[in-house]
Design a protein. Structure first.
Lengths: 435, 435
């Protein structure tokens, strides 16, 4: 580092604004280790407490982006647009959205993450597809993108390496909840993908990273402002995460839900979010004049089976077994698959996504620690959603478990997470707002 | 740790008040390493940004005190009172104050620090005394205290070990400037000495840790409140550090100033601060009814040579060469000793303690880094103080240097640090306030 670390940290501590070159210097210290752990922890906390100006957040984002390889896809003339979600329970949108948008002529270079806690990760879901590889080299990633219009990559040590250390440090040091730090973490990785535009899915609700709507809105606005000042086109949806998305929770079960969706059988909320995000991507990419036209195009491509073809092509290119499209049993199954019944008649008064996400983790379908192994087959398939009428003894959900004991433990918690009562509640719209 | 570190850190980040057991848990993590560097850095910064309540500061202080050995001096029936200064340039008070107060029947178990930057350290000054040992065992420390009424110990790994790691971490992570952290660092070490009372010398001015008077007052008040809630008697003086204290700056030169003071030849400011601090210590110890009576007692003991005898006894017990009392040349001398003359006639318009302290460091008499070696012989002896009239060519100060080049470099800076002009400025009182 050129500057004295303690001086820069103290400047942020005292509410000062760091210059772009000072922030770049801190990021260089993150990467080469000249900024020690205690210094990084103190800096991150100073940002949590005192925030960052728009200029600081942009400088941090660009510094982190430039800490590693920044991809370019010069051979591909199509617009390159990606989507990022702040994460939720049942959020398998990327698996459907990427082939959908690629079918419409937008290239989607998508680097996704693994799940942690109750929030699933796209890479874990893809890992449930027999043979599918997400550990592509940078060259392979570009080749797949060129050939089928989208490519899926697991987090690469070459892209935005500063974020890797900062993220791990934030996780243990109570410095996760900071809009400038969340923004720079998300955008630095996305900008390193070599995209022209990004659509953000900022989730809001009990199982979202941002539970309160005003926090989610603030994050959405900061991401949009920072992305624009970094030179990418950006749009954002604020979407509901007070209810799981779709019906399937658990990696292989969610892939089956996607395979069925490709065949035209898609839960309404999943369909809505996917089409709305896709429409924004087409507009950003300049291949549709407005969201309405974009949506019509996407619906047609989906219905005509073009999206399924693109998905099949990508599956082939990334090593997956294409037979799964016709035979979902190739994904395997958990030993114990049994319905959980409603204890009484009435209406489903809640479907608590946080509780259900934690049940899936405890079934073995998610990680408590980053090093945990995942059982792809376990999970929950909802048979009822919020407000649905249900008879006593009728299935609320089907639980897929590794053992009967695990099934029983899940059953008890599932019944508590999906209370049945007199009140018929209505789910709020899945797309709450857009920016 | 019993609690999850990130949860406790986030609580402080969000402005919450940590419970005593939560703070004790954090301190245990500091000592056993289960609180990692990044977590410690983040916690310290959260305290810098959000402060601590009185109860939190007291809990932190007690937790840090109890992180190691807490001394007891049960064999000694005298009151046990110590003094702590926040540090300054020319502050050799402890060397004179300890025998002074001990002569009046107050036991002084004094653990002192080393110097860093422009601020000197008592342990470095004592190291200029041939043979004098401050690396006593805990048992030796108690024995010396019992036999001569005071004992001097360098920082021990056994006392308040939590502070050692926290202090080192604060130093590199921009988290030094926090009143609760400064308070707990000072008091935890002092309370571990096994004292009944403490007199604080909070310095204020350009060369002080607290430059602004309101910051110094805030620190003084927090230390007093925290010390009292931790069960020790406490008093504090706010003293001037806009001017060096006494005339000698540099370790052996300051010891000579003390030896001369024991013989009755003491600069007025040094005499004033020492007697005022000593008077407070006697009152806290219950051996004088009020500061005025205490001061009269101390002046008599000093004048009668009793203080010199106590100093001699301690010197003997801690391995020092007692002949230095009569032969100051035994302390050795720097190769180059030459006066720096006033460039013009007039009045000394400033004696910049920060600049002079840095000159001493650069002469080799202080440390830039904690690992630096010190040359005990180099330094400055002022011949003029603020407001003194001076003729052109008359000595402003005598510089003791290792080489002529070092002397010349010091001369240039000394002339700048002691400008001579038309204006006759008056020094503010050395004792600014008391609490």
């Amino acid at each position: 580092m050129k500057h004295h670390p303690a001086r820069l940290i103290a400047k942020k501590r005292d509410g000062g604004e760091l210059a772009a070159d000072e922030i770049a210097d801190l990021v260089s210290g993150v990467v080469d280790g000249t900024l020690g752990d205690a210094q990084l922890g103190a800096f991150l906390m100073a940002v949590c407490c005192n925030g960052m100006t728009a200029a600081e957040t942009a400088a941090l984002t660009l510094g982190m982006r430039d800490s590693g390889v920044v991809l370019r896809h010069d051979r591909i003339s199509k617009p390159k647009i990606d989507k990022h979600s702040t994460g939720g329970v049942g959020d398998k949108v990327s698996l459907l959205l990427a082939p959908l948008v690629a079918a419409a002529g937008v290239a989607v270079p998508m680097v996704s993450g693994r799940g942690l806690g109750h929030t699933g990760g796209t890479i874990d879901k893809l890992a449930a597809l027999p043979g599918y590889r997400t550990d592509l080299s940078i060259t392979e990633f570009g080749d797949v993108l060129e050939q089928c219009g989208y490519a899926m990559l697991s987090p690469s040590a070459e892209l935005a390496p500063a974020d890797r250390r900062m993220y791990a440090t934030r996780d243990i040091s109570g410095t996760v909840e900071s809009i400038p730090l969340i923004t720079s973490s998300i955008l630095s990785k996305k900008l390193a993908e070599g995209i022209d535009g990004l659509v953000m899915d900022v989730k809001c609700g009990r199982a979202a990273f941002m539970q309160r709507e005003d926090d989610a809105r603030a994050l959405m606005e900061t991401i949009c402002a920072t992305g624009r000042s970094a030179g990418v086109k950006i749009a954002a949806l604020l979407t509901d995460m007070d209810h799981p998305l779709g019906l399937a929770l658990g990696n292989a079960l969610e892939v089956v839900e996607i395979l069925e969706a490709l065949d035209g059988n898609c839960p309404e909320d999943l369909r809505e979010v996917t089409l709305e995000l896709g429409a924004e991507m087409l507009v950003l990419g300049g291949v549709a004049v407005d969201p309405r036209a974009a949506r019509a195009t996407l619906e047609r491509l989906w219905q005509d089976g073009v999206v399924r073809q693109v998905f099949r092509h990508n599956l082939e290119l990334q090593g997956g077994d294409v037979r799964v499209l016709d035979d979902h049993t190739l994904l395997g199954r958990a030993p114990v698959i049994e319905a959980v019944s409603a204890p009484r008649a009435g209406f489903v008064e809640d479907v608590d996504p946080l509780a259900l996400g934690q049940v899936v983790v405890d079934l073995g379908g998610g990680r408590r620690q980053p090093s945990d192994a995942i059982d792809p087959h376990v999970g929950i398939v909802l048979q009822k959603q919020l407000g649905d009428p249900v008879a006593a003894g009728e299935p609320l959900a089907i639980v897929h478990a590794a053992t009967t004991a695990a099934w029983e433990a899940a059953r008890v918690r599932l019944v508590a997470a999906m209370p049945v009562g007199e009140e018929r509640r209505k789910r709020r719209p899945v797309v709450l707002d857009r920016a």
